[in-house]
Design a protein around this ligand. Structure first.
Ligand code: PGA
Length: 256
């Protein structure tokens, strides 16, 4: 039986508006605050609403706020970019790195992803590093190879000690926002292989402590089965995180 604490992230992407974001955050706190002892909950709102959301949940322990993206440099002439210090100022304690939309839609390279991960760790944030294969790669039997490569590039230069502040999210690209979910068996196999690769790099003891989330069309109806797999320690939720009720359904499933 795993002793890893479940972690559920809500990645709001480029959705909500100011009042909707605050209402959603309050709804999550009201519906799920009581699970916060057994589940870590992290909300990832769009940049402009971070402070409002952080304020809305600040009195509910166990709910953190994170940044969907950031720039690696501390300050300077980088028009349009947002620094980690600014995000911490807004109440962020978490950051997402390597999300498939940043890799495949915004064109982020493995080198940039690794630089971002190091910058976030140096700034004192906790990081969710996302990995996952495309449909073509899955059909070509490359799922584990892609995950290993993204882990190896993403975690280059990361120490065993720093792994306590890193969560891995396995998000098959073909399952994100599509309504198609990996079967519990397929997801478990990918998670077990990811843990094996962490064991290879950091040793079994550390690998057993790292939490690995599943992401890709997780919803209340499929969460329990996915979360009951031995190597699935939580979820990174997109669409179903935009309604407090469905997000709460997943958190309740994670609280077991
Ligand atoms: P989804 O998104 O739950 O809408 O599939 C997951 C994610 O992108 O993190």
């Amino acid at each position: 039986m795993s002793t890893r604490k479940a972690i559920i992230g809500g990645n709001w992407k480029m959705n909500t508006n100011r009042s909707g974001a605050v209402a959603l955050a309050r709804g999550v706190a009201a519906e799920s605050g009581s699970c916060a002892d057994s589940v870590d909950i992290v909300l990832f709102p769009p940049f402009p609403y971070l402070s409002d959301v952080a304020q809305a949940v600040e009195s509910t322990s166990g709910i953190g706020v994170g940044a969907q993206d950031f720039y690696t440099e501390p300050d300077g002439a980088f028009t349009g970019e947002v620094s980690l210090a600014m995000l911490k100022d807004c109440g962020c304690t978490w950051a997402l790195v390597g999300h498939s939309e940043r890799r495949h839609v915004l064109g982020e390279s493995d080198v940039l992803i690794n630089a971002k991960l190091h910058a976030a760790l140096e700034a004192g944030l906790n990081v969710i590093l996302c990995v996952g294969e495309t449909l073509d790669q899955r059909e070509a039997g490359q799922t584990d190879a892609i995950n290993f490569a993204q882990l190896s590039y993403g975690l280059a230069g990361v120490s065993a000690e720093q792994m306590s502040r890193i969560v891995i999210a396995y998000e098959p690209v073909w399952a994100i926002g599509t309504g198609r979910t990996a079967t519990p068996d397929d997801a478990q196999n990918a998670h077990a292989a990811i843990r094996q690769s962490l064991a290879h790099k950091y040793g079994q003891t550390i690998a057993e402590t790292v939490r690995i989330q599943y992401g890709g069309s997780m919803k209340p109806g499929n969460a329990s089965e996915l979360l009951s797999q031995p190597d699935i320690d939580g979820g990174l939720i997109g669409g179903a995180a935009l309604k407090a009720e469905s997000f709460a359904g997943i958190i309740t499933a994670a609280a077991g």
